[in-house]
Design a protein around this ligand. Structure first.
Ligand code: NAP
Length: 317
């Protein structure tokens, strides 16, 4: 057993880091596991403009670096480890280590969904991308296509216009799903062309992407579109593959919890995008992280027989 901290948090995105801040402030020394670098999925976007308290767009990297600093200041320890299994709050990692905790918070977030169409795997890194912030500069003055109609697709389409000559935004329905404010910006942008009611059926090329085939869902017509890049933003998949089989998930694989973010396994809590919730936003992830950190602290206090926080609502006192 490498380590025996009381509280282990899996995932150092907004939810996990906020959970660490709250648990740290409550007197615990949470250990946070992150398989890559702290920050979470949000750092794949360049800026954030809907985090309360900041009326101007702010850099996602700056925001997350501040969260990390704040968590470290109250005792959070960060380890670069990938959790690959949990059994009775004993966590095994890809490096072969084993960590034992008394309480666990799962804040492992999501990853971009792939469509599994012809050419998607073959051209990954050679024209196919799931991150505009990472790859947009490779497409200076080129034509690119974005697949999806949600907030991510529209935000990343707007970002791509800084580099690309033309961006086609391709969505399967007749209406975008993204927030109205983002839709308006995209629709009025001279570099963006919207293609609706269409799905991508193939990505083709020789060494790298040369174009895509589209199917119009209404007319059944198939067309080709020449482009050098294809950015896929068709939703998110939860990072839950390492969780014990008895942990309750919903049909899409997101973790089910009670209102205090407790899972069906005592001492295991979940928060942020990996949890079954309606709104995947940094502010929601932070709110859930705060509650999960607080509740995990309460759980540990009970285990240690010292409940020094009275969390009853004033009306119950
Ligand atoms: P999303 O909201 O689930 O949107 C996925 C998009 O992909 C939808 O338009 C969906 O079409 C389309 N799609 C799904 N499967 C498809 C398929 N097989 N073929 C073609 N199109 C397909 O995912 P997201 O945009 O990644 O956002 C995830 C969450 O993060 C959301 O809650 C979002 O609000 C949040 N987010 C927020 C912000 C922000 O606040 N600025 C930024 C990014 C993400 P349909 O519309 O037809 O279902």
């Amino acid at each position: 057993m490498e380590n025996s901290p009381q509280l282990i948090i899996i995932g150092a995105g907004p939810a996990g880091l906020t959970a660490a801040i709250y648990a740290g402030r409550a007197g615990f020394t949470p250990l946070i596991m992150e398989k890559l670098v702290p920050g979470g999925q949000i750092v794949l976007s360049d800026k954030i403009e809907n985090f309360p308290g900041f009326s101007q767009q702010i850099s996602t990297r700056d925001l997350m670096a501040e969260m990390q600093k704040q968590a470290e200041a109250v005792g959070m320890q960060l380890v670069q480890e990938e959790a690959i299994g949990i059994e009775k709050k004993v966590i095994s990692t890809a490096s072969g280590k084993v960590y034992r905790a008394s309480a666990v918070i799962i804040a492992s977030g999501t990853r971009p969904r792939s469509l599994g169409i012809k050419g998607e795997k073959k051209f990954l890194g050679r024209g196919v991308s799931y991150c505009a912030t990472c790859d947009a500069p490779f497409f200076k003055n080129e034509t690119v296509a974005v697949i999806g109609g949600g907030n991510t697709a529209v935000e990343e389409t707007l970002y791509l216009t800084r580099f690309a000559r033309k961006v086609y935004l391709i969505h399967r329905r007749r209406m975008l799903r993204a927030e109205r404010i983002l839709q308006k910006r995209a629709l009025s942008h001279p570099k963006i062309d919207l293609i609706l009611k269409s799905v991508i059926s193939e990505i083709y090329g020789e060494e790298s992407v040369e174009g895509i085939r589209l199917l119009n869902k209404e007319t059944g017509e198939t067309t080709q579109l020449n482009c050098k890049g294809v950015f896929m933003f068709v939703g998110l998949e939860p990072n839950t593959q390492f969780l014990p089989g008895q942990l309750k998930l919903n049909r899409q694989g997101f973790i089910k919890t009670g209102q205090n973010l407790e899972t069906n396994i005592p001492g295991i809590f979940a928060c942020g995008d990996v949890r079954e919730n309606l709104l995947k936003q940094v502010v929601v992830a932070c709110g859930e992280g705060a509650l999960a950190g607080f509740m995990a602290g309460k759980y540990l206090d009970k285990l240690g027989g010292q409940e020094y926080l009275d969390t009853r609502h004033p009306t119950q006192l």
